[in-house]
Design a protein around this ligand. Structure first.
Ligand SMILES: [Ca+2]
Ligand SMILES: [Ca+2]
Ligand SMILES: [Ca+2]
Length: 339
């Protein structure tokens, strides 16, 4: 009995230490589509559901991939990732009736926002572009999760869709008409988020592009977030890595002051690394974030003038981290590799 109690005490201490390391931010929602979530989702929203909803509101048969796809959102490999390592949620707007838009709703469970720094991030791609570019909307409801009750009144993000039919093949967005909104890869100028396949007709293929919007307006509220694929007669849209966090400051340093540069010794690091500054600072707090921007550790510092601080990564698993130093003036963040 005594031994069991001791084990319990040790476990509790371990959890407490871990909790301390990972103080903020709150991760309120994570959906990376690593496994097929379809079976856990409701096919229809009833208004106050606690689960994800995957609703095919148009009910028009899809024709993508010779009609072998589902009418609502479905799990598929990342169509922009040639390594085949990633999966994403996928929706087809090439429907049997070209005169009507697709209307596929992907709706989150209720999310309780308590903090004005809450942020929604996600990634998306349009399979084709600029021709047949797939548009979609990110909407918020503060009431019910049923779109047919008119509850998704707030629009956080709009991706444009190509309107009508292309007159000819072109890779220039100016040769097409779009509905209002954002066109993938900054109007196909940011080459990180598309490529031109060599084995098909000339149309760009999208790669996953990250997006983020503030949810600060919803502090103190329960919300549902909807990804509405409402494109008409286009092709295929994918969404991935839907994450809501709060308690993360993403504010940029004051642009008027040049940021102090950090140098790390050693890097890669095993347990401890020393961060050197190009000039003396009064460091207040060192935050270690992981590659997804999650806060993994915080060190409070004495705010005395110094030209270096010791970063403690001993409690973290191997990986890539970002060291963010708060001081009396802006400091460049630095990447740490822990082995
Ligand atoms: Ca549909
Ligand atoms: Ca994924
Ligand atoms: Ca269209």
């Amino acid at each position: 009995m005594k031994r069991r109690l001791l084990a319990f005490a040790l476990l509790t201490a371990a959890y407490a230490a871990q909790a301390q390391m990972r103080l903020a931010p709150d991760t309120l929602l994570v959906q990376r589509f690593e496994v097929d979530p379809t079976d856990t989702m409701l096919p229809f929203p009833f208004g106050d559901d606690l689960q994800w909803v995957n609703w095919d509101a148009d009910r028009i048969p899809p024709l993508c991939d010779n009609g072998r796809v589902l009418g609502n959102w479905y799990w598929d490999s990342d169509l922009g990732d040639t390594t085949g390592m990633n999966n994403a949620f996928t929706s087809c707007s090439y429907l049997a009736n070209k005169n009507l838009p697709n209307e596929n709703w992907l709706i989150t469970p209720p999310i309780f926002i308590t903090d004005t720094q809450a942020v929604l991030t996600w990634r998306s791609l349009s399979l084709e572009g600029p021709g047949y570019h797939d548009g979609y909307k990110v909407l918020v409801s503060t009431t019910s999760n049923a779109p047919y009750e008119g509850s998704f009144t707030d629009t956080l993000f709009v991706a444009a869709e190509m309107l009508g039919e292309p007159l000819f093949f072109s890779l220039d967005p100016k040769d097409f008409n779009f509905s209002p909104g954002y066109v993938h890869a900054n109007w196909y100028r940011d080459s990180a988020y598309f490529f031109l396949p060599t084995d098909s007709f000339p149309s760009n293929r999208g790669r996953m592009e990250p997006h983020s919007v503030s949810l600060s307006a919803y502090a103190g509220k329960k919300i549902y977030i909807a990804f509405l694929h409402d494109s008409q007669y286009d092709n295929t849209l994918q969404i991935d890595d839907i994450v809501v966090v709060q308690g993360v400051s993403v504010s940029a340093p004051e642009p008027s002051l040049p940021a102090v540069v950090l140098r790390v010794q050693p890097n890669p690091v095993r347990d401890f690394a020393r961060l050197f500054f190009t000039e003396a600072l009064r460091p207040q707090r060192l935050r270690i974030m992981d590659a997804m921007g999650r806060l993994m550790a915080v060190q409070t510092l004495p705010s005395l003038p110094t030209d270096n601080v010791l970063a403690d990564l001993s409690a973290l698993p191997p990986g890539v981290y970002l060291a963010v130093l708060e001081a009396d003036r802006p400091v460049q963040s630095v990447r740490l590799v822990k082995y």
